[in-house]
Design a protein around this ligand. Structure first.
Ligand code: FES
Length: 148
């Protein structure tokens, strides 16, 4: 399912079609930002002016326009890393970031994800933060990697 199909699903569930905030909050939570493309889509589907939807995004501080890079935090949960304690690292990441798997922090800084193997199985537990893979990650190292 592509991003617009998912957004459309939320729109279809809306009882009050004049309230775009619920859709925008969903987009923010899922993607960590709201792009011009998404604003146009929401405006079209809710029969609103694009500038009006954009003004809503600008009005609420917890909604962010595109431009800020969301840092993906990927925890390897495949066999070797799992045997080396990656489940504990995943739980720690959830605690530090205050989000679940596949969720973005409310400030749009981080998205927490899992990964099935980085090909560095002997050095686990492995965590990728942005483009960098870190080996033998402990809860203490994780805290330093994803400062909030
Ligand atoms: S199992 Fe984690 S890198 Fe291969």
């Amino acid at each position: 399912m592509d991003k617009f199909e998912k957004i459309m699903e939320i729109i279809e569930k809306l009882e009050d079609k004049s309230n775009e905030l619920e859709v925008l909050e969903y987009i923010q939570k899922e993607y960590g930002f709201i792009s011009k493309e998404m604003i146009k889509f929401v405006a079209d589907k809710l029969d609103r002016f694009e500038f009006s939807v954009e003004n809503t995004v600008k009005y609420y501080p917890h909604l962010k326009m595109e431009g800020k890079q969301v840092i993906e935090v990927k925890i390897c949960t495949h066999t070797a890393c799992s045997n080396n304690g990656s489940k504990k690292i995943l739980e720690e990441a959830k605690k530090i970031l205050g989000v679940g798997e596949d969720e973005t922090t409310p400030n749009g800084d981080y998205k927490l994800m899992t990964q099935r193997c980085f090909g560095q199985c002997g050095k686990g537990p492995n965590v990728k933060v942005g483009d960098e893979i870190y080996n033998k990650v402990t809860p203490e190292i994780l805290k330093r990697l994803i400062k909030k």
